[in-house]
Design a protein. Structure first.
Length: 233
């Protein structure tokens, strides 16, 4: 049975203050959503206005951050959700990122020695993401609105585009420099990322994203569909 939740403060992976540079505190009568990107925060506020719980708002905000703040707001990693219901004990949900089934004890070794680059920068470092499973578990426990209602705003942002923020434009340009070393990554992708400027419309779910959904560039990693199907938060 789902618990009734009053508005509560939630700690969600990648959450940080945004939207005001004033030293005066912001106050709200019914609720507040705080995240790294104002677009994602508005998604959460809209969920609260639609009658959603704080958990609903956190879930919708997290999915929106995966689109507008891919540097850290993501569905490809893990983290924690901590919330306090209107009654009862605080609740913590772990969003673990585990190793794929094909992982081995020696896959981060080169000539018998630990290889930091192989561990952190290679295709072998990709784990089974736990974010979506964890968000879904939290929603089943404390959500009120339909799951589709919480995911749709992120889908719309990816499909229709959104104004690029200063921080994301800088992050994409910086990432392009790092990705110069990625084998097989088309140069056109890197040049396109370098050319983006704050305020321009970004469309993450374009034809190129669809084309790369089934087969990514470079060496084949260890992650398989079966890993995600078996993952639990």
């Amino acid at each position: 049975m789902k618990r009734r939740l009053a508005w509560v403060a939630l700690i969600v992976t990648s959450a940080a203050a945004t939207g005001s540079t004033s030293s005066e505190p912001l106050r709200a009568t019914h609720g507040m959503v705080v995240s790294q990107e104002a677009i994602a925060s508005k998604v959460g506020v809209d969920v609260l206005k639609a009658g959603g719980s704080a958990v609903d708002a956190a879930v919708a905000t997290a999915f929106a951050l995966a689109v507008v703040h891919p540097t850290a707001g993501n569905i490809g990693g893990g983290g924690f959700i901590v919330y306090r219901p209107a009654s009862g004990d605080p609740v913590a949900v772990r969003l673990p990122r585990d190793g794929p089934r094909a992982a081995t004890p020696t896959m981060f070794l080169t000539d018998g020695k630990y290889d930091e680059a192989r561990h952190h920068d290679s295709h072998l470092s990709v784990g089974v993401p736990g974010t979506v499973a964890g968000l879904h578990l939290a929603w089943k426990e404390g959500g009120k609105l339909p799951w589709e209602r919480l995911v749709e705003p992120a889908v719309a942002l990816a499909r229709d585009g959104f104004p690029l923020s200063e921080s994301l434009a800088a992050s994409l340009a910086q990432g392009a420099a790092v990705d110069e070393e990625v084998p097989g990554l088309p140069r056109a992708v890197l040049e396109e990322r370098r050319a983006l400027r704050a305020g321009e419309a970004l469309h993450p779910a374009g034809p190129r994203a669809d084309a790369g959904a089934d087969r990514g560039p470079g060496p084949r990693g260890l992650l398989r569909r079966r890993d995600g199907a078996a993952h639990r938060a």
